[in-house]
Design a protein. Structure first.
Length: 101
């Protein structure tokens, strides 16, 4: 699993039948600032994900990748490699809250 921020969306009018009606979002993985552990920093990478929870642009989400992306009832029949499985409310490292929605 990894944390990511939603940075955009994708519209695809031509796709395989099983993907019709699926919301596709662009996410950028996040990591804890290793210098002082005070916040989350983007990694510079991006992924296309299928949204299973109704997330929106700018939100921090919990993503799964690989075969884990097909373990939810919504994604089991889909040809996906990354899925959003949660919207993050708070991230705490030790006593520090590094993210709060």
């Amino acid at each position: 699993m990894f944390l990511a921020r939603i940075t955009g969306s994708i519209v695809s009018t031509q796709k395989v039948e099983s993907m019709k009606g699926q919301k596709l979002l662009i996410v950028e993985p996040l990591r804890v600032n290793e210098q002082d552990k005070s916040d989350l920093k983007p990694t510079g990478r991006t992924f296309v994900t299928v949204d299973t929870v109704g997330a929106g642009e700018g939100e921090v989400v919990l993503c799964v990748q690989g075969s884990s992306a097909r373990f939810t009832p919504e994604t089991k029949p889909l040809p996906v490699d990354t899925a959003i499985i949660g919207i993050v409310d708070t991230v705490q490292i030790g006593a520090n809250v590094v993210y709060k929605s």
